[in-house]
Design a protein around this ligand. Structure first.
Ligand code: SAH
Ligand code: SF4
Length: 345
């Protein structure tokens, strides 16, 4: 709930407005029981306790990787399950690809995903349902409580397509950035989409006003359609127009993510098409070597991770054309908590 919704709680009727702010702040600090809220009168705590609960998700499994990654399996009220991941950055590398001291929460927005990208485990599960704002905020709170120094960044890159659940996402991020609560800067939040055109326009007009990443995968139209077959995705021309509109309103760079699939989208043609796609946009390119997921096929053939030479060659072509390229490390592979490996089966 937002502070305003808390003010309207019937059981807090007659209570002063500052009570809502106190409750909001307790929740942001990770309170798991009303009893902890010791600046509230006992009678109010009791009333709240009998009518409301502070958590709807429960942690069913905690997996810790050697690289500091923590993957949580979370059970939802209706028996559905999702995953949320805490990523710890390494110290800044020579190329500046990762910042030290960061704890990034990777949040899910749907149980499953309707987009069905052929390279993604979540996509292979199909779609169950949208998550509520509470279920999104709770992922943050639980990850915040397991990280040593608290979560410093959020990426909405877990299970699901965020722009197909914009209302809950907007509410959840509004709560996460609220200055009376967690107060995370919107500059430290990145929403990643597979390219839902109407959603990008909605972000440009109404927000949430976060950073934006788009999973381009390839700028070869025909190949992109085969790898990301979801009918709700914009064609490349429409996508670029939407990104221009977003950029015009927000004045920020767009990150283009491309998951590199060995032997499929790392060719000179792919690099050239990507360079062309970026013309007229302010972009940063994020190359993500494909994280293996067993059993995923593309047109009957098993997918494979790119070889080192494919990654380096692709990156070099982009850099030669003057693009800014970062490579995302394979954080979380040890706990199957890396990009595209999320999915409770
Ligand atoms: N649905 C949103 C956000 C979640 S997916 C989106 O698609 O943007 C987050 C990122 O993981 C996407 O960029 C996607 O391309 C990438 N990804 C999916 N499967 C992957 C895999 N097996 N290995 C590496 N990256 C993968
Ligand atoms: Fe869904 Fe993103 Fe996976 Fe595609 S890559 S199936 S949009 S979660």
């Amino acid at each position: 709930m937002t502070p305003r919704e808390l003010e309207a709680l019937p059981c807090a009727g007659g209570e002063k407005k500052f009570r809502a702010a106190q409750i909001f702040s307790w929740i942001a600090r990770g309170a798991v029981s009303f009893d902890e809220m010791d600046n509230l009168p006992l009678s109010l705590r009791k009333k709240l306790e009998s009518a409301y609960r502070l958590r709807s998700v429960s942690v069913s499994e905690t997996l810790r990787g050697a690289d500091g990654t923590v993957k949580l399996r979370l059970g939802l009220d209706d028996g559905a399950a999702i995953e949320a991941v805490l990523l710890k950055a390494r110290e800044t590398g020579a190329r500046g690809d990762e910042d030290g001291g960061r704890f990034t929460a990777c949040l899910s927005t749907q149980a499953g995903c309707p987009a069905g990208c052929v390279f993604c485990k979540t996509g292979s599960l199909g779609f169950l349902r949208n998550l509520s704002a509470a279920e999104i905020v709770e992922q943050f709170l639980v990850l915040n409580s397991v990280s040593k120094s608290g979560v410093s960044h959020v990426v909405v890159m877990g299970m699901g397509e965020p722009l197909l659940n914009l209302e809950a996402l907007g509410k959840a991020l509004g709560i996460i950035i609220h200055p009376e609560g967690i107060g995370l800067s919107k500059r430290r939040i990145t929403v990643s989409t597979s390219g839902i055109e109407s959603g990008i326009y909605a972000l440009a007009e109404k927000g949430p006003l976060t950073e934006l990443a788009v999973s381009l995968t390839t700028a070869r139209e025909d190949l992109r359609r085969r790898l990301m077959p979801f009918a709700g995705l914009a064609g490349l021309e429409g996508l670029k127009k939407a990104l221009k509109a977003w950029q015009q309103n927000r004045g920020r760079r767009v990150t283009l993510e491309t998951v590199l699939l060995g032997g499929i989208n790392t060719t000179a043609d792919d690099a050239e098409a990507l360079v062309r796609f970026t013309r007229g946009l302010k972009t940063a390119i994020n190359v993500i070597p494909w994280n293996p997921v067993e059993g995923l096929l593309f047109e009957g053939k098993a997918l494979r991770a790119p070889e080192r030479a494919e990654i380096d060659g692709f990156r070099a072509r982009l850099e030669a054309a003057g693009l800014t390229v970062t490579r995302r490390y394979r954080r979380g592979q040890g706990v199957a908590g890396a990009c595209g490996q999320l999915g409770v089966t």
